[in-house]
Design a protein around this ligand. Structure first.
Ligand code: NAP
Length: 470
């Protein structure tokens, strides 16, 4: 894929970049390695000052940065502004809490023969971050802020369609005061990722992206015995039960499906509605979806901007067409608009069946699949009947049912009477083909730390020496 900024609202190529040479990549890895030796020895207080400076810059530069993101990938300007603010908030959160999150932890119980035993969390070195374009600032920041606070350094291989946001991020951390090389952007294609991963100075990798990219990076990292965290796709269920507040559920369902022009891994994608309230919900939901305004993402009246690429838009339309060709019903939308830009209307499709692409694939655009369930058990069966397991939503006022959903939904998170989102203070990640490992919170921060056991004794052999000396 060429490394270029192409405005999805017009299809115009605005700026292209030559990929970095092997020598330039090697030099960046060397700088990341040298910066790590410096960063790991700085205090939490010093790193917090730098990260707080980054937050201040983000706040001060919010509008220009938001405009850049909207131009590169088409999210609405308002959503882009909110994304910048979310990044600044996360920086402040990790600046304030990292030291506590990574403090030494005493052993669960007095360790045998130790005078003192504890766990110490230490940074591991340069981490390669392969990132997607859909939240071009936030996806990177949710890796970078905790990683830098832990004392690691970052090498960013961003998606090829958001090079200017990628360069902005490198510049942001430099201007905030982090040492040269602490965070570097590598303008390279995905074909160079294996070579970077094989470099002994690169200690681990995190990828947010598609299942295919996840499989590829996990295989390469496996060969190199390097740890990976994978945040992959999702086809999140949104279950509506008879006790739910249907107006509220339909309102949130619309936002949950169409946020970021429908291009979010944790967007609700499959709406599974109890048969008692199916017709009422379907009517409210389709009415709200059709009322959304599609258009110029810079216009404050726009709810849904263009999809990020022509290929993405064509693929979404092909998924809808496949369902229609095989007997599904379109309640609203479903027509590919003519004209410039990669727009697609909010669409609701029902009467879906196994074998249709929409049944099993992630739909990365403003298209909702609507499913009917005769009971709680059938709702769970449909919800979990997917290879994905990222987010999940259930709407019910019944406390016993809420408890059951919390346990029975097979996903990395369950949001009851609300919409899945990510918070700096809560772990984020998936199960099954949605990936493994976690980002955010102390759990995410420790993914790229050495969880080091420290045992301090009085000169005797440790616990179980001899028979269990392993
Ligand atoms: P993508 O094609 O997998 O690209 C993501 C990143 O991986 C890009 O930097 C891309 O580089 C790189 N890449 C692609 N194939 C690769 C390979 N074989 N080896 C190494 N790197 C490779 O995904 P996308 O279309 O940009 O993003 C959409 C997907 O990301 C969706 O499936 C979505 O659900 C998922 N996602 C998941 C999360 C989460 O938190 N779980 C969050 C956001 C998005 P190039 O751009 O140069 O190809």
């Amino acid at each position: 894929m060429p490394i270029a900024t192409t405005n999805p609202a017009t299809g115009q190529v605005l700026k292209t970049y030559d990929p970095m040479s092997d020598e330039q990549v090697d030099a960046a890895i060397e700088r990341a390695d040298l910066a790590f030796r410096q960063l790991r020895d700085t205090s939490f207080a010093q790193r917090a000052r730098w990260l707080t400076a980054a937050a201040d810059l983000l706040d001060a530069e919010r509008d220009a940065t938001a405009r850049l993101m909207t131009t590169e990938m088409g999210k609405t300007y308002a959503a882009a502004q909110a994304e910048v603010t979310k990044c600044a908030t996360a920086c402040r959160f990790y600046a304030a809490n990292a030291e506590r999150m990574l403090a030494d932890e005493p052993a669960d119980a007095p360790a045998v023969k130790a005078t003192r035993a504890f766990v110490r969390y230490q940074p591991i070195g340069p981490v390669l971050a392969v990132m997607p374009w859909n939240f071009p600032l936030w996806q990177v920041m949710r890796f970078a802020a905790p990683a830098l606070m832990a004392g690691n350094t970052g090498l960013l291989k961003h998606a090829s369609n958001v090079p200017q946001t990628a360069l902005y991020l490198e510049d942001l951390f430099r201007r905030a005061g982090f040492p040269e090389g602490a965070f570097s952007t590598l303008l390279v294609g995905s074909d160079v990722v294996d070579r970077i991963l094989a470099d002994p100075r690169v200690r681990a990798a995190t990828l947010t992206g598609s299942e295919a990219a996840g499989r590829s990076i996990a295989a390469s990292a496996g060969r190199e015995l390097k740890k990976t965290v994978l945040e992959l796709g999702g086809s999140d269920p949104f279950v509506v039960m008879p006790s739910a507040d249907l107006d509220k559920a339909a309102e949130v369902a619309t936002t949950a499906r169409c946020q970021n022009n429908g291009q979010s891994c944790i967007a609700a994608k499959r709406f599974i509605v109890h048969t008692d309230v199916f017709d009422a919900f379907a009517e409210k939901f389709a009415a709200r979806m059709s009322a959304l305004r599609v258009g110029d993402p810079m216009d404050s009246g726009t709810d849904v901007g263009p999809l990020a690429s022509e290929r993405g838009r064509d693929d979404v339309h092909a998924q809808v067409q496949d369902a229609v060709d095989n007997g599904a019903t379109v309640l609203c939308g479903g027509e590919k608009p003519a004209g410039d830009g990669w727009f697609y209307p909010p669409t609701v499709v029902t009467d879906l069946k196994p074998g249709m692409r929409m049944w099993s694939e992630e739909v990365f655009g403003p298209v909702a699949g609507l499913y009917r369930a005769a009971s709680y058990d059938e709702a769970i069966e449909i919800a979990n009947g997917t290879n994905f397991g990222l987010g999940s939503n259930a709407w019910t006022e019944d406390p016993a049912e809420q408890e059951r959903f919390a346990t029975d939904l097979d996903a990395g998170n369950v949001f009851i009477n609300g919409m899945t989102t990510s918070y700096p203070e809560l772990p984020f990640g998936g199960v099954k083909n949605s990936g493994y490992g976690r980002e955010l919170s102390a759990v995410g921060m420790r993914e790229f730390c050495n969880t080091k056991t420290v045992w301090i004794g009085a000169g005797e052999a440790g616990a179980g020496a001899g028979a269990h000396a392993e």
